[in-house]
Design a binder for this molecule. Structure first.
Ligand code: 5GP
Ligand code: ZN
Length: 112
C-alpha cells in the first residue's frame, strides 16, 4: 500500500534501524521504545492487522522471528513480551500488522 508507513519501510523508502530481514519479514527498532528492547516484527506483505491475516504459517514465522531476536538480544532467559495490538481497544495506531517484542525491564501486568 503506497500510503502505509511500514510498507514504505519494506520498500526501502523509509529506513528504520533494521535488526533482521528475510524474504517474508522485516524487524526493526521502535522509534518510541517502551522498554530497553522494543522491536517490531512485520510481514513484508501488507495486512492491516490480525483480523485480515489468513496465513497461519506467516503468523508462526513472525513469532519464531521474534523468539530468535530475543535470543540475539540476550533477553530470552530474563524474559520478554510479544504483543499484536488490534484496532481501537487494542491500542493499534499503525495499520500494518506488527508484533511488538518488549524486554529489558520488568513489565507490568495487566497492561494499561
Ligand atoms: P501500535 O500502536 O500500532 O501497536 O504500534 C505502532 C508502533 O509503531 C508504535 O510503538 C510506534 O512507536 C511505532 N512507530 C510509529 N512510527 C514509527 C516510525 O516511523 N519508525 C519506527 N521505527 N517505529 C514507528
Ligand atoms: Zn503496509
Amino acid at each position: 500500500m503506497t500510503d502505509c508507513l511500514f510498507c514504505k519501510m519494506v520498500a526501502g523508502d523509509i529506513k528504520p534501524a533494521i535488526v533482521f530481514e528475510d524474504d517474508k519479514v522485516l524487524a526493526f527498532r521502535d522509534i518510541h521504545p517502551q522498554a530497553p528492547v522494543h522491536i517490531l516484527v512485520i510481514p513484508k506483505q501488507h495486512y492491516a492487522n490480525l483480523n485480515a491475516l489468513d496465513d497461519a504459517a506467516l503468523v508462526g514465522h513472525i513469532v519464531q522471528t521474534a523468539v530468535a531476536i530475543a535470543q540475539q538480544e540476550g533477553v530470552a532467559e530474563s524474559g520478554y513480551r510479544t504483543v499484536f495490538n488490534c484496532n481501537g481497544d487494542g491500542g493499534q495506531t499503525v495499520f500494518h500488522l506488527h508484533l511488538h517484542l518488549l524486554a529489558g525491564r520488568q513489565l507490568a501486568w495487566p497492561p494499561g
